[in-house]
Design a protein around this ligand. Structure first.
Ligand code: FES
Length: 106
């Protein structure tokens, strides 16, 4: 969740993400995932809340990211748990595009 201290961090150019695709982004010692689904951009924490598996190795099914380790599922729009052994939500972050540049609010 954004705070008063949050800022927009440059991630990459927009063409780095294809439709129905996602990518890992590391910043400040933390890991995030940015997604593009149906033309919309989303961002969540990059580590599963169950056993800290990297979600970059997971599978994206519509708006659901599935963890590769125990198949825990999260809705990338809200970060909420959507199945499997996970019970703690992911944090979500705002994403914006300026020109051909992609930013995440951290
Ligand atoms: S580490 Fe992700 S579901 Fe277990």
């Amino acid at each position: 969740m954004a705070t008063q201290d949050s800022e927009w961090i440059f991630v990459d150019t927009v063409d780095a993400l294809d439709e129905e695709d996602f990518m890992r982004f590391d910043h400040g010692g933390e890991t995030y995932i940015l997604y593009k689904v149906k033309g919309e951009m989303f961002a969540t924490d990059g580590l599963c809340t169950h056993e800290a598996q990297h979600l970059e190795d997971g599978v994206l099914i519509g708006h659901i990211i599935e963890c590769p380790l125990h198949q825990g599922r999260f809705d990338i729009r809200s970060g909420k748990c959507a199945g499997g052994p996970v019970c703690e939500h992911l944090n979500t972050y705002r994403v914006k595009i300026e020109g051909d540049k992609l930013f995440i609010e951290l």
